[in-house]
Write a protein that binds this ligand. Structure first.
Ligand code: F6P
Length: 328
């Protein structure tokens, strides 16, 4: 078989480890892997990864040592051209012409939405691998890149706490997560933050102010982790509103931004990416299509692609409550 693999959407630490696992598993079983550069746009541009001998394929040698690196050596993109049906048909025609039998897109909800559309006009197999720091896909306990993003965010909050303590200030630290509070909640608990604001729950300014006034009696610094997708529109806006309504602390805002997408993947992300890469190849060899390979409770798990992004992955209420309980 000829299996195409690419990374699409926001990059995530561990994507390289996933590609390596796909190549190792497929090539050692006698199959060929074509690396498509720059996601769907690279597919439309027929932009393939070329090995040392000038052939468009990924060999064991090409991916040796990839696991420890962040980013994606295949590069990534968000393609406008592929969003249109004409783009999807053109991609299908290119896949047929290059005799690619199956595709492993590594990415998040946008990538899988595209994969579902592609499958409507292409006969090959499509098996997705969840690669996004947001951890917002159903069908896997964690997505590739989430662990590293949380680690980066926690390290940042720890450092900010030092200066916050010195100046007895409150910091609002904005983390990524367009529609999801997973990074925010995990970061808040692991860093001992006093408060968290996420898209999944209403942000109640009067209640936050009451909590802050109470905390002022016992704490000299406050860490509030804010998901970028919080309904008020992020940390800057939230800070303005808190100040306008009598926040008892002097405040500063830090937006962590793309820092969270970089860095060497944690061992957890490397392990997850390796497991998922192998599971994706297994699914293809078993004749499956239109599924995502994930890991649930430590085991390989397959979920129809459409279901991975059709519903919002619920944030465990226990974790939200834990932030509150530990703040007091
Ligand atoms: O989906 C991953 C993600 O990092 C989101 O958390 C964030 O909102 C978005 O990508 C940022 O995308 P871009 O790098 O295109 O600005």
């Amino acid at each position: 078989m000829r299996i195409g693999v690419f990374c699409s959407g926001g990059d995530a630490p561990g994507m390289n480890a996933c590609v390596r696992s796909v190549v190792q598993t497929a090539v050692s079983a006698g199959h060929e892997v074509v690396g498509i550069r720059r996601g769907y746009q690279g597919l439309l541009d027929e932009n393939f990864f070329v090995d040392a001998t000038g052939n468009p394929r990924l060999t064991l040698r090409s991916v040796a040592g990839w696991s420890r690196f962040g980013g994606t050596f295949l590069h990534s993109s968000r393609s406008e051209q592929f969003r249109a049906v004409e783009g999807q048909r053109k991609a299908a025609e290119i896949l047929c012409r290059h005799e690619i039998d199956a595709l492993i897109p590594i990415g998040g909800d946008g990538t899988f939405t595209g994969a579902v559309e592609l499958a409507k006009c292409w006969d090959g197999q499509v098996v997705g691998a969840p690669g996004t720091i947001d951890n917002d896909l159903m069908g896997t306990d964690f997505t590739i890149g989430f662990s590293t993003a949380v680690q980066t965010a926690v390290e940042a909050v720890d450092k900010i706490r030092d200066t916050a303590e010195s100046h007895e200030r409150m910091f609002l630290i904005e983390v990524m997560g367009r529609h999801s509070g997973f990074i925010a909640v995990h970061t808040a608990i692991a860093s001992g933050a006093e408060a968290v604001c996420v898209p999944e729950t209403p942000t109640d300014i009067p209640q936050i102010l009451r909590d802050l006034c109470r905390l002022k009696e016992s704490k000299s610094s406050i860490m509030m982790v804010v998901a970028e997708g919080d309904e008020l529109g992020g940390a800057e806006i939230l800070n303005r509103q808190l100040q306008e309504h009598g926040c008892p602390f002097a405040t500063r805002v830090v937006i962590l931004g793309h820092l969270q997408r970089g860095g060497n993947p944690t061992p957890e992300d490397r392990l997850l990416a390796s497991q998922i890469g192998k599971a994706a190849v297994d699914a293809i060899l078993a004749g499956r299509t239109c599924v995502m390979a994930g890991v649930l409770g430590g085991r390989d798990a397959y979920t129809p692609l459409q279901e991975t992004f059709a519903t919002h992955k619920p944030l465990p209420v226990e974790l939200l409550e834990l932030v509150e309980r530990l703040a007091n």
